[in-house]
Design a protein around this ligand. Structure first.
Ligand SMILES: [Fe+2]
Length: 225
């Protein structure tokens, strides 16, 4: 079972995958300011967090991974392709994070950042900022590359069965989830040619995220507690 939660300030989605048998859960992209909310829900459901997974080093919010580890000894799992230090597990392509009944497969999908990951769980993919609903993450910092993002999406996400459910890292317009088939058909960026896509991504003219200078260092260091 998957629960989807939203942080209104950063428009981030957090996902909690529940192991109904062991009553452990895996938390994907938890947000620091929402720790109390998430913890309360887990307590009410009777679940203990076993792992926290980060799709990438977020620039717009600070992860709650350290808080979960401090309180529940959950393991912090981050990309092995980045610079984060002090995590418990460094994930690479084809690794799995498992509990008795859950197995989440790791895909390395560089582009939004060079260490970005997607997580595949049964017929669902958690795409982080690699692929958003009718959009995608920016590619202009943290080793981002429009070329890589285009390749990652086309080779690792758009090759999945069309009914695969897409749970993105953010949405700014109130949409919750999508599917591979839907994005292959309607994503206005990723349906273009690679050259058109690269030009489009070069000309987005976005300002840097407000919290970037605080969030990136905080999300890159998980010191032992
Ligand atoms: Fe991001």
């Amino acid at each position: 079972m998957i629960r989807q939660l939203f942080d209104r300030v950063s428009c981030t989605y957090t996902y909690i995958v529940l192991d109904l048998k062991t009553r452990e859960c895996v938390v994907i992209d938890p947000v620091m300011e929402q720790f109390d909310r998430d913890e309360t829900l887990m307590k009410q459901w009777g679940y203990t967090p076993k792992y926290t997974l980060e799709t990438h080093t977020h620039a717009d919010h600070i992860s709650a991974a350290k808080l979960f580890r401090e309180k529940y000894k959950s393991k912090i799992a981050v990309s092995s392709y980045g610079l984060a230090k002090g995590a418990d597990i460094y994930l690479k392509e084809n690794d799995s994070i498992s509990t008795e009944q859950i197995s989440i497969k790791v895909l390395h999908t560089p582009g939004h950042t060079e260490e970005s990951l997607c997580f595949l769980y049964k017929e669902t993919i958690f795409t982080g900022d690699t692929l958003l609903i009718r959009g995608c993450g920016r590619t202009d910092f943290q080793g981002g590359s429009a070329d890589d993002l285009y390749e990652s999406v086309h080779s690792k996400i758009f090759t999945l069965p069309s009914e695969t459910k897409i749970f993105p890292g953010h949405d700014y317009q109130g949409r919750l989830w999508s599917s591979v088939g839907e994005e292959k058909k309607h994503n206005p960026r990723l349906t273009q040619t690679k050259e058109q896509f690269k030009e489009l991504m070069q000309n987005l003219g976005l300002s840097y995220p407000e919290k970037m200078n605080v969030a990136v260092p905080a999300n890159s260091l998980f010191p032992d507690t």
